[in-house]
Structures are given as C-alpha cells and as structure tokens.
Design a protein around this ligand. Structure first.
Ligand code: PAF
Length: 282
C-alpha cells in the first residue's frame, strides 16, 4: 500500500496507472473509518483495477462552531484497516496543500443543496463540492463511491458531476447499520452510553413509518407527524432539525406516498447531531 501526502506525487503515480490502462475507483473519506467506509472500499475493489482512498478532514465543509477541531482522527488505525482491505493507494493531503494561502475558488450546487442539511449547515455543501471536485481532479477516478447515509450529499455530488460534465461515474452504496439499527458514522463516537441507546430511536422511527405505509398510510405530512411524535418520546433527542418525506430525485417534499420516497431525518442529542434516511417501500 502506498501512502501519498503530496498531490504532485500522487498525480504522477495515477498517470502511470492510467497509461497502463488501469481503471481507478475512488473512495473519498474524512477518516476514522468504520464498516460503512469499508463497504465502499470493497465495492470499489470489485469494480476497478486500482482503489484510491483519501483521508482528509475538510475544513471548508464545517461551519463556525461545528466539530472540525474535535472531529475524530486516527490515521494509524485507518491505514491498518485499509491495508487489510488490500487498498493500493491512500491519499492523505495536508490542509495547507489543499487550501494554500490565497485560495479563492469554490464550487456551489444551488438547488438540491439549499434544503435540509443546507439550511442547518449553511456553506456545508459548498465545501463538500469544492473538495470533492479538487479530489476528482487530482485522483482522476473512473468511478467514485459515496454512502447513501449522506443521501443529500450523494445527490448534490451527482448533480455537480452532471452539471459540470465531469467524466466520473458516481456510485451510491447502501447504509451500513449497527446491529440495533443505528447508521454507522464516525460521529457516533461522540455519544455517551445513554445517548447511544436512545440514538436507535431513529431507526425505530423508520420501522414504525415503514409499517404504517405498508398498512396504507399515504399522507406524507401525517407520516412525518407520527415520526416526530415517536422521536419526541426520547428525552435525549433534544432537537429535531427535520423529518421529511421527499422525492428521491428532487429532494422536495412529496404530496403522496407512492413508494419511491425517502424519509430524511436530522436530530440533535447533547453530544452529537445525527442524520439518517430510509427508502420507503409500499
Ligand atoms: O462524506 C464525507 O466523508 C465527506 O463529506 C467527503 C465526501 C469525504 C468530502 O469531504
């Protein structure tokens, strides 16, 4: 496994692989890897000759007062996990190399990114799009892999790729959950024991919603209300930023549940803000 810090060294290594006709699969991450990330790596390995994983806690996608400084980091552990998966290339850039003094160009998707996370984390997707486009330009992947856990992020990146004619296939991969249903996330490490227990309420609310839909509930506003009421029973869920039944493509709230919708949820516990989503089946 080769670990690159310098953009120019990675770029020339990738150019060599490309000249040899090798396809490149790319998994961008912020590190502190878990099974969710590793599932993306495995998928990338199956579909490409070479896999590149980047580890970079991207400062531009964190707002003021958010958790950039305390975001969990453990490079040694991450590298061991990637080695075990048989990853060929890891890219670990420095903040100063990605954003040198005088950096002044940003990329912004202006429709899908406005709602939901965009409302509660202004500037977040601008930071995500900018870093992802930069990483694409450095890694030149044939395919790039993103988890459905950050469903809005996946959609925003797909839109950026389409709008800017980027020559990369975006592959969305299913959410990986803990045994009790909590979606895997590096931020779960922030949760106290009690918070961790109550965090499963999100998954339980999805199960309740799915059951109600199977029983014939078609009104999305009613379903949102039922989910909110369920979540409110858990005292450590201090705030519900949003619960929305949206169209998978437009991310707009739907008028009727027809069987191609996602439930998007964001809640705050004392130590962490969690997001999750669920694809409804009819
Ligand atoms: O999903 C993430 O971990 C990040 O938003 C990403 C895509 C690596 C960009 O920093």
């Amino acid at each position: 496994m080769r670990v690159f810090q310098k953009t120019s060294e990675l770029a020339s290594y990738i150019n060599k692989l490309k000249r040899e006709g090798k396809s490149v699969g790319f998994v961008p991450t912020m590190g502190y890897l878990h099974e969710g990330h590793l599932s993306l790596v495995r998928c990338a390995k199956r579909e490409n000759d070479t896999v590149v994983v980047s580890i970079f806690v991207n400062p531009t996608q964190f707002g003021k007062g958010e958790d950039f400084d305390r975001y969990p980091r453990d490079l040694d552990r991450d590298l061991k996990l990637l080695q075990k998966e048989g990853v060929e290339i890891v890219f670990v850039p420095q903040v100063g190399d990605m954003y040198p003094e005088g950096f002044s160009t940003f990329v912004e998707e202006t429709k899908l990114s406005r709602k939901w996370e965009g409302e509660f984390r202004p500037g977040h997707f601008k930071g995500v799009c900018t870093v992802v486009l930069k990483l694409f330009n450095i890694v030149k992947p044939d395919r790039a892999y993103f988890g459905e856990k950050d469903f809005q992020q996946l959609k925003v990146i797909q839109k950026m790729v389409k709008d800017l004619n980027l020559d990369v296939e975006i592959v969305g991969c299913p959410i990986v959950r803990e045994e009790d249903g909590l979606a895997m996330s590096s931020r779960n490490v922030y949760l106290s024991k009690e918070e961790r227990e109550q965090a499963t309420a999100i998954y339980q609310s999805f199960q309740l919603a799915q059951k109600l839909v199977k029983e014939g509930l078609k009104n999305p506003r009613e379903l949102e209300k039922r989910i909110v009421n369920f979540l409110k029973k858990f005292p450590l869920i201090k705030e519900i930023d949003y619960v929305a039944i949206v169209d998978e493509d437009t991310l707009e709230p739907v008028k009727e549940i027809k069987g191609k919708e996602r439930i998007l949820v964001a809640v705050r516990l004392p130590s962490a803000r969690l997001i999750d989503n669920w694809k409804l089946e009819i």
